[in-house]
Design a protein around this ligand. Structure first.
Ligand code: NAD
Ligand code: UDP
Length: 313
């Protein structure tokens, strides 16, 4: 296959590029570097099967030659990033989705949208099955991201139903691993950085909010299977091992043998407004339809991630 990956210089996009190349496919990576980093794909330059185009996908996209698949992963993804870039986030999740779908239609290519567990908002149902419609505040600070992804999902279904585009939707739950930005503000890099530098780990509020963390290779595997599947509706891909943020902080301190203390802080800004209180994927469907389930446990995944960050701090 010849595959276009938008957001290829980002955390997930760079791992996806590696996987498609390793499977013998050709990859065209596209990114405008708003939150990405060329270091993530530097090792791919010189590979004849890889090509990079610097472009903002919220503008009209031109790609020469055939494409067999379009994977739309471009979007700021960390709460800090989308609070800092609210309008580019809404554009890439609307115009960017429209442009990438139009491209897939024109090239007769398969399509896959990177959606998110944020479509469930602050969920009143835990774990979250795909059938849950969510509890999103459209006008809160997170609304720019959540509503753009919800609009994207509606657009994908419209292209699927009215134009027959073979489009798939993955709802990604918190994913971590090497190549996350040290200072992107997400809890995994924050805590690892703090633990490795002996600073206190900043648990927001009382730390009783929960998340379920998935290692990036599991996500890539789920995406790979979903693109080739016949599943028409959104599919959760995440690790159902749920823990409180306080428990997560304790795990990071232990794993890094850090002397850091854990402190509770109440950020004054928008970062924690509408912060979901619980999050855990129901992966019954991914198990049944894709034969997929996570393979990497938290200790192993964190160890690999900590190794990566040790070189960066
Ligand atoms: P990231 O910020 O590392 O990567 C996003 C990439 O998209 C960056 O390289 C950025 O420069 C690029 N980009 C953004 N806007 C663009 C535009 N208009 N044109 C071209 N490139 C653009 O984030 P990530 O964690 O790798 O997330 C990738 C995708 O997965 C996003 O769509 C995100 O919403 C989704 N997702 C990620 C997670 C997670 O836990 N990592 C969870 C849910 C959903
Ligand atoms: N969080 C925290 N301390 C930090 C960063 C984040 O306690 O230094 C919390 C945050 O309030 C949220 C959880 O960790 O409840 C996960 O936050 P993240 O930004 O990683 O992503 P989210 O899952 O909210 O999209």
């Amino acid at each position: 296959m010849r595959v276009l990956i938008t957001g290829a210089a980002g955390f997930v996009g760079s791992h996806l590029s590696d996987r498609y190349l390793a499977e013998g496919h050709q990859v065209v990576g596209m990114d405008n570097l708003i939150t990405g980093n060329m270091d993530n794909i530097a090792h791919l330059f010189g590979n004849p099967n890889f090509k990079f185009i610097k472009h903002d996908v919220s503008n009209y996209i031109y790609v020469e030659g055939d494409l067999d698949a379009v994977l739309h992963f471009a979007s700021p993804a960390s709460p800090n990033d989308y609070l800092e870039h609210p309008i580019p986030t809404m554009k890439v999740g609307s115009l960017g989705t429209l442009n990438t779908l139009g491209l897939a239609k024109a090239k007769n290519a398969r399509y896959l949208l990177a959606s998110t567990s944020e479509v469930y908002g602050d969920p009143e149902v835990n774990p979250q099955p795909e059938t849950y419609w969510g509890n999103v505040n459209p006008i809160g600070p997170r609304g720019v991201y959540d509503e753009a992804k919800r609009f994207s999902e509606a657009l994908v279904l419209a292209y699927q139903r009215y134009h027959g585009v073979k489009a798939r939707i993955v709802r990604i739950f918190n994913t971590y691993g090497p190549r996350m930005r040290l200072h992107d503000g997400r809890v995994v890099p924050n805590f690892i950085y703090q633990a490795l530098t002996g600073q206190p780990l900043t648990v927001y509020m009382d730390g009783q909010q929960t998340r379920s963390f998935q290692y990036v290779s599991d996500l890539v595997d789920g995406v790979y299977k979903l693109l080739l599947s016949d599943e028409l509706l959104p599919t959760n891909i995440g690790n159902p091992y749920e823990m409180t943020i306080l428990e997560f902080a304790e795990a990071v301190v232990e794993l890094t043998n850090s002397g850091s203390e854990i402190i509770f802080v109440q950020p004054e800004d928008d970062r924690i407004k509408d912060d979901p209180k619980v999050r855990r994927p129901d992966i019954t469907k991914a198990r049944a339809v894709l034969g997929w389930e996570p393979q990497v446990n938290l200790a192993d995944g964190l160890a690999k991630t900590v190794d990566y960050f040790r070189d960066k701090v």
